[in-house]
Design a protein around this ligand. Structure first.
Ligand SMILES: NC(=O)C1=CN([C@@H]2O[C@H](COP(=O)(O)OP(=O)(O)OC[C@H]3O[C@@H](n4cnc5c(N)ncnc54)[C@H](OP(=O)(O)O)[C@@H]3O)[C@@H](O)[C@H]2O)C=CC1
Ligand SMILES: O=C(O)C1=N[C@H](C(=O)O)C[C@H](O)C1
Length: 270
C-alpha cells in the first residue's frame, strides 16, 4: 500500500513543488493537503493548485480533523505554523518532515521534545548536494580551519523572510563543531561602520536577497596566498521537494527520534 503524505502550506512555493514530487514518486501518494484557516485556497484541488491537473484531493484547513488521511506530514511553512502542526502530529502519532527554517531556541527545544514522541526529520536543506557539502566542509575545516578565515555567503530570492538562511547556519554549525567553536560566540552576522580588524577565529556570514535566486551557498576558507571555495547552487526547488519525499519514506517506520538529511542519506560514516 502506498505511503500517504500530507502537505501543509500547500499553496506556497515549496508546497506546490511537494505536491508534484509526491504525485510523481513511487510508493507514495498525496493523502491530504492543507492551507491556513481562512485561506482562499481552501476547497481547491491540490493537483490543480500545483499545476498538474485534478487529483481529487481538496485543500483542507483543519489538520487534526483530517489526520486519518495521511501517514507522514511534510511541513515547509513558517516557525509559528510548524510548531502548531508538530503539536497536532504528536497528538495524532504522525511522523513529520520539517523543512521550515528560522526557528529560535525555544522552537528548536519544542522540536527536540516532540521527537521523544514521534519521528522527525528536521533539515535546513533537503538536497543531496548540500548535505554532501556539509561533509566536505567538515573535511576542509579539519585541514585549514585553525589558521584560515572562514566566510559563508548565501543568496536567495527576494521573498525569503529569514536571514541568514537555515542552510548557511547549518554550514556554520558543521564548521564550528569540527573546530570546537560555538557559533553563538564566533558567528559574525553583520558588519557596518568601524568594525575593527577581523578576529582570526570568527565565522562570517553575508546575505544577498535578489529576484528569483533559488538558493546559493559558498564557503571561503581563505589564507594569505590561497583560498578554497566550496559552493552549492540550487536551480530548482524540485531538488528540495524530492529530498523531502525521500525523507518521508525513510521516516515511515520509525517510532520516534530527531534526524536530519545526513541520516536519511547515510552520510555520517563517510
Ligand atoms: N529545508 C529545505 O530544503 C527548504 C526549506 N525552505 C523553507 O521552507 C519554508 C517555506 O518556504 P516557501 O515555500 O518559499 O514559502 P512560501 O511563503 O511560498 O510558503 C509558505 C506557506 O506556508 C503557509 N503558512 C505561512 N504561515 C503559516 C502558518 N502560521 N500556519 C500555516 N501555514 C502557514 C503560507 O500560507 P500563506 O500564503 O497564507 O501565508 C504558504 O502556503 C521557509 O521557512 C523556507 O526557508 C524552503 C526551501 C527548501
Ligand atoms: O527559503 C528558501 O527558498 C530556502 N530556504 C532554505 C534555507 O533557509 O536554507 C533552503 C534553501 O536554500 C531554499
Amino acid at each position: 500500500m502506498a505511503l500517504r503524505i500530507g502537505v501543509v502550506g500547500a499553496g506556497g512555493r515549496m508546497g506546490r513543488q511537494l505536491i508534484q514530487a509526491v504525485q510523481t514518486a513511487d510508493g507514495v501518494e498525496l493523502g491530504a493537503a492543507f492551507e491556513r484557516k481562512g485561506s482562499t485556497l481552501i476547497g481547491s484541488d491540490a493537483g490543480e493548485l500545483a499545476g498538474i491537473g485534478h487529483i481529487g484531493v481538496s485543500v483542507e484547513e483543519n489538520l487534526a480533523a483530517c489526520a486519518d488521511n495521511f501517514d507522514v506530514l511534510i511541513d515547509f511553512t513558517r516557525p509559528e505554523g510548524s510548531l502548531e502542526h508538530l503539536a497536532c502530529c504528536v497528538e495524532k502519532g504522525k511522523n513529520v518532515i520539517l523543512g521550515t527554517t528560522g526557528f529560535d531556541d525555544t522552537g528548536k527545544a519544542a522540536i527536540q521534545a516532540a521527537a521523544e514522541k514521534i519521528g522527525i526529520v528536521f533539515a535546513s536543506n533537503y538536497s543531496v548536494g548540500v548535505n554532501l557539502v556539509f561533509k566536505l566542509l567538515e573535511k576542509a575545516a579539519k585541514v585549514m580551519g585553525d589558521y584560515c578565515d572562514i566566510e559563508i555567503i548565501e543568496a536567495h530570492h527576494r521573498h525569503k523572510v529569514d536571514a541568514p538562511s537555515g542552510t548557511a547556519l547549518s554550514m556554520g554549525e558543521h564548521i564550528a563543531k569540527t573546530l570546537g567553536r560555538d557559533l553563538k560566540t564566533h558567528g559574525v552576522f553583520c558588519r557596518e561602520g568601524i568594525t575593527g580588524e577581523r578576529k582570526r577565529d570568527e565565522i562570517g556570514f553575508s546575505t544577498i536577497r535578489a529576484a528569483d535566486v533559488v538558493g546559493e551557498h559558498t564557503v571561503w576558507f581563505a589564507d594569505i596566498g590561497e583560498r578554497v571555495e566550496i559552493a552549492h547552487k540550487a536551480s530548482s526547488r524540485m531538488t528540495f521537494a524530492n529530498g523531502a519525499v525521500r525523507a518521508a519514506k525513510w521516516i515511515a517506520d520509525k517510532k520516534q527520534g530527531l534526524f536530519d538529511m545526513t541520516d536519511v542519506l547515510d552520510l555520517n560514516n563517510l
